[in-house]
Design a protein around this ligand. Structure first.
Ligand SMILES: Nc1nc2c(ncn2[C@@H]2O[C@H](COP(=O)(O)OP(=O)(O)OP(=O)(O)O)[C@@H](O)[C@H]2O)c(=O)[nH]1
Ligand SMILES: [Mg+2]
Length: 328
């Protein structure tokens, strides 16, 4: 086990300016606007719903006469806007793509945007996964996440379901408020210190973070997402508002994290302390090199990739007008 600064960690993805934040769909757009305010970076919003596009820098994916287009249909509409998306991303060296894969817009468009972004930039995707009760969204979110992993240099996953399982007494709104705050704070830290080039599971707690209980909560959430936490290569503990803690207390937080991971394997543990104006909280980010629960969201994942017929060209249902003569 190694304890140290995030800068000491190997293989951190280089973050180069200029940096663009892309928000997709309702939740993605809200988060992107907040992240843009927090980091001072530019943002662009992409959605098929005008209500999501609260920023003047946006791309409306017009879904024509469709009131309730499917994920596949939306993906076809997004692909039709490829030129506009490419133009909006041009000139940026790092692109952060935020979306909620429980949303149709998120699942449909985030893979398309990441793929275009990866043509020229370092891509960091921030993806929220569905609650367990959003059963109709599970499959699409699993496939979308796989595509995003392939088209990004680093992925940060926030699992709404594990968080709710661990905090069943919270309302949906309370849950969003806590997890959204964690996403923004971790993005702020990534903006200044970078992130490892793999899938990172972001776990947070509803408790205020100076206590060990908060870290224990985050560990419980991590356990729900990956069966063998011993296989986790590295973990980062973010202490927000750490500047107001005595050093002894920061030390005890690190020791506690060390203690948990020591029993499980050879995890590299680092801690970063960020200034924060509202309270003290901890977040845990763990890099997952092993299978996570999201691999089972797509039951067809057992089929080898080379046998897929529709992987390179993402599934979509374009509107093709057929000249059907009226037969009489
Ligand atoms: N973590 C988090 N999740 C949210 C938030 N708002 C909504 N969600 C979840 O995200 C899912 C999709 O919401 P949206 O992002 O609005 O969906 P969309 O991408 O616009 O796509 P549509 O389904 O077409 O509206 C919802 O089912 C919720 O589970 C939020 O503020 N934070
Ligand atoms: Mg929406």
């Amino acid at each position: 086990m190694v304890v140290g600064d995030p800068g000491d960690m190997q293989e951190s993805l280089p973050i180069k300016e200029p940096l663009l934040i892309v928000g997709i769909g309702g939740a993605g757009s809200r988060l992107a606007v907040d992240a843009s305010k927090a980091t001072g970076c530019k943002c662009v919003l992409i959605s098929n719903d005008r209500k999501d596009l609260v920023n003047e820098n946006h791309i409306l994916v017009n879904s024509g006469q469709w009131l309730n287009p499917s994920t596949y249909k939306l993906r076809a509409f997004a692909s039709a806007k490829e030129g506009n998306i490419r133009a909006a991303l041009e000139g940026f060296n790092t692109i952060i793509v935020i979306s909620n894969l429980a949303g149709k817009a998120g699942a449909a468009m985030a893979p398309v945007v990441c793929k275009i972004a990866k043509e020229h930039a370092a891509v960091i995707a921030v993806s929220t996964m569905p609650f367990g009760f959003e059963k109709d969204r599970i499959f699409a979110s699993g496939v979308a996440l796989k595509r995003i992993q392939e088209s990004s240099h680093a992925v940060v996953v926030m699992d709404n379901d594990s968080f709710l399982e661990n905090n069943p007494e919270l309302t949906k709104e309370e849950c969003f408020s806590i997890t959204n705050k964690a996403i923004i704070e971790v993005l702020l830290s990534i903006h200044s210190s970078g992130i490892g080039p793999e899938t990172s599971l972001l776990c947070t707690s509803k408790q205020s973070g100076e206590s060990e209980d908060s870290l224990r909560d985050s560990m419980a959430i991590l356990h729900r997402q990956i069966a063998d936490t011993g296989a986790i290569k590295r973990a980062m503990v973010y202490v927000m508002g750490g500047e107001r803690l005595p050093l002894r207390q920061l030390d005890s937080i690190v020791n506690y994290a060390q203690g948990i991971f020591k029993e499980e394997g050879t995890t590299e543990v680092a801690m970063t302390s960020m200034t924060s104006s509202n309270g003290i909280r901890t977040h845990l980010i763990a890099s997952a090199t092993q299978k996570t629960r999201f691999d089972s969201y797509d039951p067809l994942a057992v089929i080898p990739k080379e046998n897929y017929l529709d992987w390179d060209d993402q599934e979509s249902t374009p509107d093709i007008q057929l000249a059907m003569p009226i037969l009489e």
